[in-house]
Design a protein around this ligand. Structure first.
Ligand code: UFG
Length: 342
């Protein structure tokens, strides 16, 4: 086991934060979990407790609040910060951009301020493949240029990466890794934690599982007339446990990186279409999904999947779980939480 680390993990009650908390704890690390519950409740914290067999260390608080951070950093010593806390709904960011800029930028800036003051030098940032927009070359690697983002949410991810680039230039001891997620799906194989969308899901897999569970009458496939083999959009769906494990490796290896600011694509390297995914879900679970073809959703990237080669080479990380694993795990979770969905 590598040296255990004391880690501040923000956004711990959310989907990816909760899975990462479990993987860190199971590897012997010591994360302090924080969340302001603005887009979550304690459901996933209870799930973490069941998986690890103990109450995780948790404090409710908002990382936009400098007084909260001051108190936290003065009372606890951290080696690293993993920053998940952010709003992530593309549609909501279009209708309320100020809320997105306020939350996603300020929380990171305040955290970096606190880290500077209390001499914490390792920062892992939750970024997204949204920074690439529609890439010209697929599979997309980390050198692809940032195209104009399709939404204010996407812009916040680009801006955060820009801020980090500027800050590492002025703070020589700071080390940053930005992890650019492709499409995280699935749930913990225990069925105890998973994705818990608020209201009607925006993302494909929760919509598929809620339709299969009878909570939604019908899934709409947003367009089958794209320039792809079956006409539907293509994505790189990565199991959330694989994604969580990448954070563990990143925090363990951040000191060994050749530069003080690195970005990594986290994906499987395989493109799967929306229609293929529905088909795989039906095969993997034996449950039919009622769907219809609808019109295109504005702002959708037609086709994107990762070149995950840099993460494999420099972090020694690659995905281990299949899309079938993701879909059966997502379905197991859905069946446990259907009563919580609205
Ligand atoms: N889709 C449907 N029907 C639905 C929901 C989605 O057909 O009910 C399709 C979308 O049109 C898209 C694909 O399924 O083609 C995937 O859509 P998601 O909303 O699940 O995921 P996106 O790729 O649009 O979005 C994800 C993240 C965002 C991030 C974006 C970057 O959820 O946070 O990738 O490309 F910004």
């Amino acid at each position: 086991m590598k040296q255990p680390k004391k880690i501040l993990l923000t956004g711990a009650a959310g989907y990816i934060g909760a899975h990462t908390a479990v993987e860190l704890i199971q590897k012997g690390h010591d994360p302090l979990l924080i969340d302001d519950f603005s887009k979550s409740d304690d459901t996933l914290l209870k799930g973490i407790e069941k998986i690890i067999g103990a109450k995780p260390n948790f404090i409710q608080g908002d990382c936009k609040d400098p007084a909260f951070l001051e108190k936290l950093f003065s009372q606890k010593k951290f080696d690293s910060v993993i920053h998940f806390a952010a709003y992530k709904s593309v549609g909501e960011s279009v209708s309320d951009p100020l809320m997105y800029y306020n939350n996603n930028l300020r929380s990171m800036v305040e955290l970096l301020n606190a880290m500077k003051k209390f001499k914490v030098f390792e920062f892992i940032f939750s970024s997204s493949c949204t920074v690439y927009g529609q890439p010209d070359v697929i599979p997309v690697n980390e050198n692809a240029p940032f195209k104009k983002a399709e939404s204010p949410y996407g812009t916040t991810k680009q801006m955060c990466e820009q801020i980090l680039e500027d800050v590492v230039r002025s703070e020589k001891e700071l080390r940053v890794i930005s992890l650019r997620y492709f499409n995280p799906v699935g749930a913990h194989p225990s069925g105890l934690i998973g994705e818990l969308p608020i209201g009607v899901p925006n993302n494909l897999v929760p919509y598929v599982t809620q339709t299969a569970a009878g909570l939604r009458p019908k899934l709409t496939v947003f367009g089958n007339d794209y320039d792809t083999p079956d006409g539907s959009c293509i994505r790189d769906f990565i199991h959330v446990v694989d994604l969580a494990q990448a954070h563990v490796v990143a925090v363990e290896k951040i000191k060994n990186m050749p530069s003080n600011n690195e970005a990594f694509n986290l994906g499987t390297g395989e493109g799967v279409s929306v229609l293929e995914l529905i088909n795989k879900f039906e095969k993997a679970t034996g449950v039919k999904v009622n769907f219809e073809i609808g019109s295109r959703r504005s702002g959708d990237v037609v086709k994107t999947y990762a070149d995950p080669g840099k993460a494999k080479k420099m972090l020694g990380w690659q995905t281990k779980l299949s899309l079938e694993d993701s879909l059966t795990d997502a379905w197991r979770w859905q069946k446990r939480v259907s009563h919580l969905s609205i």
